[in-house]
Design a protein around this ligand. Sequence first.
Ligand code: OSB
Ligand code: MG
Length: 371
Amino acid sequence: MKLTAAELLQVRMPLVAPFETSFGVQNERDLLLVRVELDGQSGWGECVTLPDPVYSPEFNEAAAVTIRQFLLPSLAAADTLTAARVGTILAKFKGHRMAKAALELAVLDAELRVAGMSMAAYLGAVRDRVPSGVSVGIQPSIPALLDTVQGYLDAGYLRVKLKIKPGWDIEPVRAVRERFGDILLQVDANTAYTLADARHLARLDEFGLLLIEQPLEDEDLTQHADLARSLATPVCLDESITSAKVAADAIRLGATSVVNIKAGRVGGYLEARRVHDVCAANGVPVWCGGMLETGIGRAANMALAALPGFALPGDTSASDRFYTHDIITDPFVLDDGHIAVPAGPGLGVEVDAEALAAVTVSREMVLSHQV
Ligand code: OSB
Ligand code: MG
């Protein structure tokens, strides 16, 4: 197949509530979508960058420039383009994994729509629904936190992840554990601590958490291994895991005993599957992370989370966890704490043109077919 057109969209979606992490508060989701055409067949991809380089070095505007200036021209020059080739074609460009992942996803969507195959089937899914967890942002107070968590448990979420930071860690976890008892509970620090906090973080041990996610900085693999030895709570890496190779290194070092897989962070869904495979080969359970995706990225995450090694519920929440109006025609809903994995061709969801238009800030043809 040949890349015949490509479009870049900037979208601004209001969030149902502000989402606060140790790296800041988001009041809306500003994001980038890509639409490609392969021999005239449309495919959609979502870029998971944030507006600022606070979770990873990538950010929306940099991703747009990278896609426009380097990635799309290289893909357009390929005579035979398939998702499996995207990684190789783009390998000469360092980093920019989220930008690459968005394009690989769009190509894959188009390719699979032509083939009549679902993304879940393509990746090797073994489930038709996935258990759903929820990521709970830092709240203004403990009573507000308990109300928020109560709402998610009432909705049926099967696992709760609390965002933590220095000053918002032991007490919120204690309060949630005391109020809700034996729920599946974990925490995510988004790199907010240093190894000097090891004794403090060990105070979380008494709460029987599933895991502590990314306590230290991205590059601190050895220090995560040191920390892991001083905690009973399993350490799970997110930001640090940028490829299957890094996952293998982190496991070998003892820096991580569970892995959060986000396709954007590792350069695409095919590399995400390789991370899954490396973890499975080492007996390391994985779960699917999230980046406040619209229905497009969410659909792809559901397919990924249906692979056999996804042993824990992920941040695979329903669309209404973040958005009142998603941009797909059938938003993801919770059913008995689970989300159905799309079974139709490609992503298996349809973009709602009207809903998309309502949140689109700009839309630009980056490449149009030259005959
Ligand atoms: O660390 O998992 C994270 C959102 C943005 C950036 C980083 C993270 C998150 C979340 C939200 O925790 C997960 C979701 O999309 O539900
Ligand atoms: Mg995280």
